[in-house]
Design a protein around this ligand. Structure first.
Ligand code: 6GU
Length: 476
């Protein structure tokens, strides 16, 4: 990821990250941090970049032109995500960090003095973000806070891949207390259960501690957590038809945007995906008005929603207009759920996680979602290959929203159980995380249904539809 920081104090950012995990990621070239000194873009021979506010008042403002030129120097006018750090912004959250971690390039604009001329913000800024309800002297520390939170979610930045997943704010709960040696310190003993070796009991104990702590110190978070639990329990009554929503909630990916009776709208911010089910056309129409404008994909459970989403209109309907239209149907799928808890036998012995060196191999054989998508899946460590004599003969993986798929086996190696082994392998990895494995199969793909059913997955009785935003001409 490329990060540019527009600031009057570039050395503050550069020095601040030098000796940290983020600095190391920059050295490894997973991340590039580029400080831009706004003062270098002053039009004035005294390097002046600020002036008094029209209308009077305390302090100085950064002028539009130096800020604009600094921004132009990194973007060349391209539409790059540009974040302005300001106490007047939207509060920064973990889910915002997750979404930003999916960008290739970010610009952070740090204000100083009393602020920046409004007109340049209007022409450059895409997001106004605050890091909390207190006032700081400038945007540099907030930018560093955001960069730290975003960067640690980029695969490869943290040494231990799993550590970003299970921790504070995962599933809206605060982290449980932890202990290390010695067993007794200041007469305090480590809780007995942690020494028991019973992993199920330990997980239960930790969950209970997390819940009690969250309820006590963050009632707002606890309320959110409880509501998701209640919705999950409700959806479990029709598990096969709503497994996509259930797993998205359980894995801490989805936010509830709307839930009233049978009307549900969830949003997975990190893949810009809305999942929606509506009891009637009227409620469906109403809910769609609440779907985030950035939504790239929809998974719908009723045909009438597709008609609304595929209508003309779309992005140019303005703020007051109905915010639907501009999507097209991508596919119709049945859902398949692995309902057992026991791992499956894996016959093919040589299955390994794929790395970037296999990108060409996978990319040339799986073209359905495009090469960048495949690259991201490999980078996230969710693609697995079957090998024969050290050469890949097939692969499978997990989609960005969490379903199983991306399955392929070389012609010459088919009908030997390799696909079954690959899928069983991924099912087992999914079970290890405490999740329910599921997949989606396009209506009519009988070969795939046969495979899924052979593995013991159950098929939904109704279908869901995937819709994708129609790309405007000139967009990537
Ligand atoms: Cl983003 N900037 C400033 N100056 N103060 C803040 C902030 C940002 N977020 C909280 N306080």
């Amino acid at each position: 990821m490329k990060i540019h920081i527009l600031t009057l104090f570039p050395e503050m950012i550069e020095k601040g990250f030098q000796s940290s995990i983020i600095g190391r990621a920059a050295q490894k070239e997973i991340l590039s941090l580029h400080g831009v000194d706004i003062r270098d873009y002053s039009l004035d021979k005294h390097n002046k970049v600020d002036d008094y506010p029209y209308g009077g008042g305390a302090g100085m403002l950064l002028q539009a032109e130096p800020v604009f030129n600094a921004w132009q120097s990194v973007t060349g006018g391209r539409a790059v995500r540009t974040i302005y750090l300001t106490p007047q912004g939207t509060p920064f959250t973990q889910s915002m960090a997750e979404e930003l971690a999916g960008e290739e390039e970010l610009v952070f604009l740090c204000g100083h003095y009393e602020g920046i001329d409004r007109r340049v913000l209007e022409e450059t800024v895409t997001d106004y973000v605050s890091i909390g309800d207190y006032v700081l002297t400038g945007g540099e520390l907030p930018a560093m806070v955001m960069i730290d939170a975003v960067a640690r979610l980029i695969p490869g930045v943290l040494g231990n891949e799993s550590s970003a997943e299970e921790e504070s704010f995962f599933n809206d709960l605060l982290e449980y207390p932890q202990y290390t040696r010695p067993e007794v310190w200041h007469n305090k003993k480590v809780p007995e259960i942690l020494l028991s070796g019973d992993h199920r009991k330990i997980a239960q104990w930790r969950l209970e501690k997390s819940r009690r702590l969250t309820e006590k110190v963050r009632p707002d978070l606890y309320e959110k957590y409880e509501r998701k639990q209640r919705l999950t329990d409700r959806l479990l009554k029709d598990k096969r038809n709503y497994i996509h929503m259930i797993e998205s909630l359980r894995r801490g990916r989805a936010e509830i945007i709307w839930w009233e009776g049978e009307d549900i709208l969830l949003y997975d911010r990190s893949c810009k995906l809305c999942m929606i089910t509506a009891a009637s056309k009227e409620s469906g129409r109403l809910m769609l008005a609440y779907a985030p404008k950035e939504t790239e994909s929809f998974v719908t459970s009723q045909v009438f929603l597709n008609e609304m989403l595929c209508g003309s209109g779309g992005s140019d309907m303005g703020d007051e207009g109905e915010s639907y239209g501009g999507y097209e149907i991508h596919c119709e799928c049945y859902q398949l759920v692995y309902t057992q808890k026991v791992p499956l036998p894996v016959k093919h012995k040589d299955i390994r996680q794929l790395t970037m060196e296999h990108l060409d191999y996978v990319g040339s054989r799986y073209s359905y979602d495009g090469r960048e998508y495949v690259e991201a899946r490999i980078r996230e460590g969710v693609m697995y290959g079957a090998f024969v004599e050290n050469a890949p003969v097939g692969f499978a993986g997990m989609h960005n929203e969490g379903s199983l798929g991306l399955l392929y086996v070389e012609e010459a190696y088919r009908r030997q159980g390799i696909a079954v082994s690959l899928e069983a392998y991924i099912i087992n990895r999914t079970l290890e995380k405490g999740w329910t494995p599921y997949g989606q199969v396009i209506v009519g793909n009988e070969e795939s249904f046969a495979l899924q059913e052979k593995l013991g997955l159950y098929r939904s009785d109704r279908t869901v539809w995937w819709l994708e935003k129609i790309k405007q001409k000139g967009q990537a």
